[in-house]
Design a protein around this ligand. Sequence first.
Ligand SMILES: *Cc1c(COP(=O)(O)O)cnc(C)c1O
Length: 242
Amino acid sequence: MGARKYIGRLQELPTPFYFYDMDLLRSTLATAVSEASRYGYRIHYALKANFDPRIVETIRKAGLGADCVSGNEVRAAIEAGFPAEGIVFAGVGKTDREIEYALGQDIFSFNCESAAEMEAINAIAERMGRRARVALRINPDVDPMTHRYISTGKADNKFGISYTEIDRVIASLKRLSHLEIVGLHFHVGSQIGCMEVFEHLCERVNAIRSWFRERGIVLRHLNMGGGLAVDYENPDREPIPD
Ligand SMILES: *Cc1c(COP(=O)(O)O)cnc(C)c1O
């Protein structure tokens, strides 16, 4: 598309050279935001995909929140002007310093990956005299039908709290008085091209949600991913995924 006019000039350009079609990005964002708002959903952009400042600014202005997997991504989101209530923080290896920083910024929620992490966040929040909002990341054991290296929601992936741990985690909540459970988080993989994956995920999520409700835990938010596949073979065929 827009890149064609540069092809003849490739010799003159520095390498590596990144060309971004900002018009396509803006129309993708507008489409995604208007589709999501029909159902009252909010989209969060995963900063790890690309943190070029101009791209991030365009995404923020379109009204998306930020999905972070490290303390430095949380910092980048704050510095790029994302409101703290639009920032979520996942990842299996959060350090104490990352947790302290994110708590200090009062981000919307920590997506909590394990019972041990809940203990760590609770202790830090207690020390800082705060209450941390957390969403429990549950591993739903759903096959994303994508490459095994970008699969995150099968039982043998390292991410999230497994079904066998949920009872123990719920029992510990009474004791962890510096945590406020705001919802659940699920992410099953990236580059998902098969829409039945989302159907399977939603069925699991509904069952898990009722299971929590039966135990008196009301969940206000459900955070679900991952992303629709990019057609790398033929990017012009469907530039905005349907
Ligand atoms: C990688 C990742 C994302 C982004 O997933 P895509 O499918 O690439 O959009 C979102 N959330 C979390 C927690 C991730 O680890």
